[in-house]
Ligand binder design. Structure first.
Ligand SMILES: [Zn+2]
Ligand SMILES: [Zn+2]
Length: 351
């Protein structure tokens, strides 16, 4: 048992050094603050990038090191500070990690993902959820789980909400009798297939080189799957789509090949959303090669409305959260498993 005055935390102690599980003083809820007892924290590939990040970049982002990793947290309200309404000890909650000020023009419009405060968040630049206890100092970020197990709610705050955001962007272009293509159906792409299935009757085509992921995508509601993306996928996709093409493509990979293949598959008026951060490029003269009347959009995380909506879908049983569980004292092994890949489910670490 952990002594009540301390919390175990998996922390990045110095740049370019492996993180370590250490004991830290337990956070205390000040006025307007809540301490959450963590049920689970999801692991994200961006954590691996943080562990390898050079000091110049981390410092440039204004991050305070050391900090506790983990930006997909769920748990139960453990302590409530003064002047906190609407939350009581024991409530199941999820925590949105990006900070948002609530006052700037982006926050006022519900675009918290554009708030300048979001460059620092719980788990990147300040203490996150890979710990027994997590301090939430802005109640905007505390989201009721609506009866959903908070351990399953954890990965929805980032992976789920990000996927919801992407689907929300293309929905206006997706007709009920149309087709949407998801390129890459790992963690995010799997959520996208499920969210699309819940929100649209359109045909869903899932493209992935991994047979296990393709099978999972079919279980999640994909109508057709294709082995890819590689040379030849564009042609196979074209044959599958027929002359109408795709109303929308979500590219969760983002290499040259997926971008080219996705853009080529679009119907007139179609939308291509670039979500994958692999750094691919598109070089096309716009006339004659890009979809007529089409839309290409870029992408950044999610806002609080996305997180609430995706939690609601899961609480209503319309979105499955498949997880692979590790205990907190095996966090290093969990990250090694994440780096090795091939997991069929979101990795969560449970204190
Ligand atoms: Zn993430
Ligand atoms: Zn703001």
């Amino acid at each position: 048992m952990t002594a009540p005055s301390t919390s175990r935390a998996y922390r990045l102690l110095a740049w370019e050094q492996p993180p370590a599980l250490v004991e830290v003083p337990a956070p205390v809820a000040g006025p307007g603050q809540v301490v959450v007892r963590v049920a689970a924290c999801g692991l994200c590939h961006s954590d691996l990038a943080m562990m390898a990040m050079p000091a110049a970049i981390g410092d440039g982002l204004g991050w305070q090191i050391p900090f506790t990793l983990g930006h997909e947290s769920g748990g139960w309200v453990h302590e409530v500070g003064e002047d906190v309404d609407g939350f009581a000890v024991g409530d199941p909650v999820a925590v949105a990690s990006p900070a948002s000020c609530g006052r700037c023009r982006w926050c006022r419009a519900g675009q918290e993902n554009a708030c300048a405060s979001g460059l620092v968040g719980r788990g990147y630049g300040r203490d996150g959820g890979l710990a027994d206890l997590l301090l939430v100092d802005d109640l905007r970020s505390l989201l009721p789980t609506g009866g959903l197990d908070p351990a399953l709610a954890a990965p929805l705050t980032d992976a789920g909400a990000t996927s919801y955001h992407a689907v929300r962007r293309i929905l206006p272009r997706l007709r009920d009798d149309g087709t949407v293509v998801v390129l890459g159906v790992g963690g995010l792409g799997g959520f996208m297939v499920q969210i699309l299935r819940a929100l649209s009757p359109a045909r869903i085509v899932a493209v992935d080189p991994d047979p296990g992921r393709r099978a999972l995508a079919q279980r999640y509601g994909a109508d057709a799957v294709l082995d890819g993306v590689r040379a030849g996928t564009g042609r196979e996709l074209g044959a599958l789509l027929g002359p109408d093409g795709a109303d929308a493509v979500l590219d969760v990979v983002g290499i040259d090949d997926t971008i080219a293949c996705g853009v080529r598959a679009l119907a007139p008026g179609g939308a291509f959303g670039l979500v994958g951060a692999a750094g691919g490029t598109l070089r096309k003269p716009w006339y004659g090669t890009l979809p007529r009347d089409g839309e290409l959009f870029t992408f950044q995380g999610s806002d609080l409305a996305d997180a609430r909506a995706v939690l609601e879908l899961a609480a209503a049983g319309r979105l499955a959260v498949d997880v692979v569980r590790f205990p907190l004292d095996e966090a290093a092994d969990a990250y090694a498993a994440l780096a090795a890949g091939g997991l069929e489910g979101r990795l969560i670490v449970e204190p």
